[in-house]
Design a protein around this ligand. Structure first.
Ligand code: HEM
Length: 271
């Protein structure tokens, strides 16, 4: 087993073509596909040890601990080894150190879904600390068209997540940087377009048992553009998605927008 390729990692194409609109694009997934393990596990878990990761509000321990037990049980049931982890760490921090995914805990408090804890080591251009304690809508305040496009509201969808539900969605961007964490301003110049990175977030949502909390996981996949080019359907979808990006979204996905023309040219060149 090597690192997962796009067809192994994703149930559907991550690129939405046609007239642009943010969409929920939620799909039901099987229990076996909640978390993803591949040959990069050791390297990714080592990378997680480098940074400060856990953020948490007082009161988030109980649901975080239940989530930790849920993850441990899921791994043990599949005969996947558990790394030794300092059990004095906050349970959300322990969750993050068991799996390649980043993980956020959303709790339903006073009619809102709030980010109460998270282990986010590999953010895609966002600062987890600044989002702690914010509601789902406020977390998304930098995202243009979020309020207009996503109706009914994602928070209403969160209300409807039942104990049995397990769902996934994806987001994507282009970057010249192959690192897992993209929290800093990185000015990397990549002269070879085939090595530019298509970065896909596979996100999952599920209830934490016996709680008013939802676990939101984010798995980062990074594929050099040549991998996408070798998959004709994905390459076509990516070109379509780039062509459909409206100006206001280009202003938000700045690196994607900067690389867009080069990427389209490379993917459209059949030689
Ligand atoms: C429930 C369904 C959700 C939907 C439909 C949704 C949708 C989106 C969309 C459309 C974006 C714009 C970026 C992109 O896709 O390229 C985004 C960004 C983001 N989402 Fe969500 N999201 C959801 C859940 C969550 C949850 C539970 C969290 C919890 C932490 C979260 C955290 C973020 C963050 C931090 C960003 C980046 C915001 C920034 O640029 O500051 N999302 N989301």
């Amino acid at each position: 087993m090597s690192r997962l390729n796009p067809r192994e990692a994703l149930e559907v194409s991550p690129f939405d073509t046609g007239v642009f609109s943010w969409k929920m694009r939620i799909r039901a997934i099987q229990e076996n596909h909640w978390l993803q393990i591949d040959d990069g596990r050791e390297e990714d878990l080592l990378e997680k040890k480098k940074g400060p990761v856990g953020i948490h509000l007082p009161g988030s321990e109980t649901a975080s601990l239940t989530l930790l037990k849920t993850i441990e049980y899921w791994l043990i049931e599949r005969s996947i080894s558990l790394p030794v982890i300092d059990d004095s760490l906050h349970p959300i921090d322990q969750c993050g150190r068991l799996i390649q995914e980043d993980v956020c805990l959303m709790e339903r408090i006073s009619d809102s879904w709030l980010l109460t804890a998270g282990s986010v080591c590999f953010p895609t251009h966002w600062d987890p600390t600044s989002k702690l304690g914010l509601s789902l809508d406020d977390i998304h305040s930098p995202v243009p068209r979020y309020n207009a496009d996503l109706l009914p509201r994602p928070s209403n969808f969160m209300d409807r997540i039942s104990d049995e539900m397990l769902v996934a969605r994806t987001g994507w961007s282009l970057t010249a940087c192959g690192e897992l964490p993209l929290d800093r301003d990185h000015k990397i110049v990549q002269s070879d377009p085939s090595k530019l990175i298509v970065r896909v977030e596979r996100q999952t949502l599920r209830k934490v048992p016996n709680s008013k909390a939802i676990a939101f996981t984010i798995r980062i996949h990074r594929w050099p553009l040549e991998v996408i080019k070798n998959d004709f359907a994905l390459a076509k979808d990516l070109v379509g998605a780039l062509q459909a990006l409206p100006e206001e979204v280009k202003g938000y996905k700045t690196e994607t927008s900067e690389l867009s023309q080069r990427v389209q040219k490379y993917l459209s060149n059949t030689k």
